[in-house]
Design a protein around this ligand. Sequence first.
Ligand SMILES: [Ca+2]
Ligand SMILES: [Ca+2]
Ligand SMILES: [Ca+2]
Length: 257
Amino acid sequence: MRKGKRTLLVVAMITAFIAAGLFLPALARAGQLEPPPGAVDESGNPIPTMHTLDELYNKLEELSSKLTAVEAKVDALCSPDSDGDGMPDPLDNCLMTANPDQADSDADGYGDPCDRFSDLNNGTVRDNDTGLIWLKNANCFGRKNWADAMADAAGLAHGSCGLTDGSVAGDWDLPTKEEWPAFVDKSYSWPALCNAAGTGKWSEGDAFTGVQSDTYWSSTEKVDETDRAWRVYMDSGGVDNGPKSNDYYVWPVRSGN
Ligand SMILES: [Ca+2]
Ligand SMILES: [Ca+2]
Ligand SMILES: [Ca+2]
């Protein structure tokens, strides 16, 4: 045998001895893949079953997702509490109304004091019946003819009318003639609008501001008379159409996405 080959053989043998010395005890401690049923070690303890790499990987994945959930919970608990009711914003079922008990009688996820309308604390109010997001300020633009009202709504964005919602021009529109009847509450008049809880008539700030018991534009043109568009009377909640040249109030809305 040549000297080079002999050296290689010696190195291989030493490596094998070291490997055996390092790993055999570990294997003994880790257990066997499939020990015989009821097998015990010399002390009488059950021989543990060794986990496969797949099992260990799955366990790590499981632990990792649990850790992520705990981190999210900690983040939520450390968030601001805008209404000071002891429930941090991400967990509060009624963000801008103090409701420490978080009561939610109909279990729809919206606390009793804002069961119908939720003030999102960013210049917007969510209609919890329809999911639409309305401008909190129902009189940011005054009275406009239909074309100007449409332009005002289309140009609305974060930074104007009290908005801090990250919206951009193009997100907002006037309500359609179908969205108005779904929004008003004809149980009430002057205006035909309920409060945030859905239990009484609207009053200033609950949840909207500046609501006019007057006429508001919709975005829907009259099909057979294109110089007319649909409008809502907020005093009664009724909807009909009028000449686009008339000046009515502007109340933009956007989707909840
Ligand atoms: Ca709170
Ligand atoms: Ca609250
Ligand atoms: Ca509720």
